[in-house]
Design a protein around this ligand. Structure first.
Ligand code: SF4
Length: 238
């Protein structure tokens, strides 16, 4: 049952699913349910969830629906998994509804991770609600159609570091990109860095991990993976 008073707030949702595991970042392998919010403020070339935002290729009237915060909260609390991952798209676009959702989840004792591209600063209320932030700044390869100032916002990266609840996660296609990560680490004092290979095919992920293992270890970063891809390929809703 919802622990939240009716707020009247709605969130635009792409999909939600339980009975799975967190596939990326420090909690990889932990049982989890997912709420994927629609809309994004970036236009990354290698985006693997364009159906959440790209109206040139997808009909968002079909791909995304509105749901009251209370309905979403009730759904999440009905899932057996403690960990609730709110992802996107870019969830922080819908800050007010997201904050109320996280408040309700935390009040019920759930662990919450928010996946974000790190370009929108979390509000004080959202930070106070107590989620973890899995921040995934986009490297230059993602930004063919975007200026650097759009994909990297210094004050916002500092704001995430200041929360003390942020972990940083980078998707790379080759080891040469580690130098770019190191420059961001030095500039913004990023901590808890995971590096994972790009790909939506298990063989590509494994090959990428084999290539990255040595260089990532030498930098002192965590070698990440995309566990959901290894298990289920690019199947949606897993
Ligand atoms: S920030 Fe994420 S969801 Fe948004 S376009 Fe880039 S990869 Fe896709």
């Amino acid at each position: 049952m919802s622990t939240l008073q009716h707020t009247g707030l709605r969130l635009r949702v792409s999909e939600k699913f339980g009975g799975t595991v967190q596939g990326e970042g420090p909690s990889t392998g932990v049982p989890a349910c997912f709420i994927r919010l629609a809309l994004c403020n970036l236009i990354c070339s290698p985006c693997d969830t364009p159906y959440t935002w790209d109206t040139t290729r997808f009909d968002l009237r079909k791909e995304a629906h509105y749901e009251n915060v209370e309905e979403l909260l009730a759904w999440a609390l009905d899932q057996p998994e403690d960990l609730v991952v709110v992802t996107g798209g870019e969830p922080l676009i819908q800050m007010a509804g997201l904050t109320e959702l996280v408040k309700g989840l935390r009040a019920a004792g759930r662990t919450v991770e928010i996946e974000t591209n790190g370009t929108i600063a979390p509000s004080e209320a959202l930070v106070a609600a107590g989620p973890y932030f899995n921040v995934s700044p986009k490297l230059s390869r993602f930004g063919a159609a975007m200026p650097e100032t759009r994909r990297l916002v210094p004050d916002v990266l500092r704001a995430f570091v200041t929360t003390g609840r942020s972990r940083f996660k980078f998707v790379v296609s080759e080891a040469a990109e580690l130098a770019e990560i190191a420059a961001l680490e030095a500039a913004y004092a990023l901590t808890d860095i995971s590096v994972m290979p790009e790909g939506t095919d298990p063989e590509v992920i494994l090959a990428g991990m084999r290539t990255l293992e040595g260089p990532v270890r030498e930098r002192g970063y965590r070698l990440g993976t995309r566990l959901h891809v290894l298990l289920w390929g690019d199947e949606r809703g897993r």
